[in-house]
Design a protein around this ligand. Structure first.
Ligand SMILES: Nc1nc2c(ncn2[C@@H]2O[C@H](COP(=O)(O)OP(=O)(O)O)[C@@H](O)[C@H]2O)c(=O)[nH]1
Ligand SMILES: [Mg+2]
Length: 333
């Protein structure tokens, strides 16, 4: 396929066209992605998430510049599930464009929601594949907030950075929301602001407690019986907390070093293989779900479906039996 050959050869126009195809979700994109797949698996994918205004875009911008100085090519995907406008550039993104555009070693793409969040997560995963196949060595994926969509997107990253900022009054809330479960690295940005140390201390306290219990569980198996949480499979990694001032690029070399250290850890511990399998499992299930829905639309008329829906709503049929009855038609090619 010409498009695929051009993309792998590093042609930016081919890459941009492939991404547009992914966003439009046409049938032809499936063949392109299938052909691209064996050229992927080389990039290190970094997810950057956190509340709006925490400084994610500014930090991604600074990280990309630092990676460029080390000779790495960088793909950047800014995912905003809250924005209905495709390509709508916010302030941080405009700064990013100014600093990084024109560099052939950088490729930037914004993605906004169209349709379901699950669709956006899948489209993001596909754009990551395209950037990976095009040879970008580090792919930075910025997502807003910490909802299910962000967790989905985080599950497609190798290293997830959660960005906190002082004075947003939600430190404890963010911790409660389960952010720490998806974080591999914590960045406390806006360290030039008052309260940064308080945020760091709060995070250390929460982490200290959870680190202690996982360590105990690992050293004394019987403590599991005491109702402590089972250790995470990557309990060998100590979550670093790094203070940054993204605006002045302070703490950015340390953040970059932590990402590279995490990459090394993933490779030597076998955790990389496990995460790759997670990614493959999620991709496979997403694709199957989409295929089943497509067959449903193709093989079952709206009228047929409506008939069943009315029967289920009228309690003439239960939804489980109705689904069973539809299944043969859905599975017909
Ligand atoms: N004081 C201070 N402001 C920052 C820092 N990093 C980013 N900002 C500012 O915070 C605002 C939000 O930044 P942005 O990167 O767009 O945040 P995002 O919504 O998380 O992507 C912007 O006005 C930035 O200039 C920092 O380290 N210190
Ligand atoms: Mg942003």
């Amino acid at each position: 396929m010409q498009l695929v050959d051009d993309l792998i050869a590093g042609n930016r126009r081919a890459l941009a066209r492939a991404i547009t195809l992914i966003e439009n979700d046409g049938a032809e994109v499936r063949d392109a992605l299938a052909a691209l797949y064996r050229h992927t698996g080389r990039a290190h994918i970094v997810g950057i998430t956190g509340s709006p205004g925490a400084g994610k875009s500014t930090l991604v911008n600074a990280l990309a510049k630092a990676y460029r100085q080390q000779g790495y090519s960088v793909g950047i995907i800014a995912v905003d599930p809250t924005s209905p406008f495709t390509g709508g550039a916010l302030l941080g993104d405009r700064v990013r464009m100014r600093d990084l555009s024109g560099d052939p070693g950088v490729f930037i793409r914004s993605m906004a929601t169209r349709g379901s969040l699950g669709g956006l997560a899948q489209a993001t995963a596909d754009v990551i594949l395209a950037l990976d196949a095009a040879g970008f060595q580090r792919i930075l994926v910025e997502t807003v907030g910490v909802g299910q969509a962000e967790v989905d997107i985080a599950s497609t990253a190798h290293s997830t950075i959660v960005v906190e900022a002082p004075g947003m009054g939600d430190e404890v809330q963010a911790i409660k929301a389960g952010v720490l479960e998806i974080a591999d690295i914590l960045a406390v940005n806006k360290a030039d602001r008052e309260g940064a140390d308080k945020t760091v201390t709060a995070l250390h306290m929460v982490l200290g407690v959870s680190n202690l219990s996982t360590r105990q569980v690992r050293h004394h198996g019987q403590l599991l019986d005491a109702g402590l949480p089972a250790p995470a499979s990557d309990a060998g990694w100590t979550l670093p907390i790094i203070k940054t001032v993204a605006l002045r690029e302070q703490g950015v070399p340390e953040l970059l070093a932590a990402i590279e250290e995490h990459r090394g850890y993933l490779q030597t511990s076998g955790e990389l293989q496990r995460r790759e399998e997670d990614r493959a499992r999620i991709a496979l299930v997403h694709i199957l779900q989409a295929a089943v829905l497509r067959r449903l639309q193709k093989n079952v008329s709206a009228q047929q479906l409506q008939h069943l829906v009315a029967q289920v709503a009228g309690r003439e049929q239960d939804p489980y039996s109705a689904a069973d009855r539809l299944l043969p038609a859905v599975l017909t090619a």
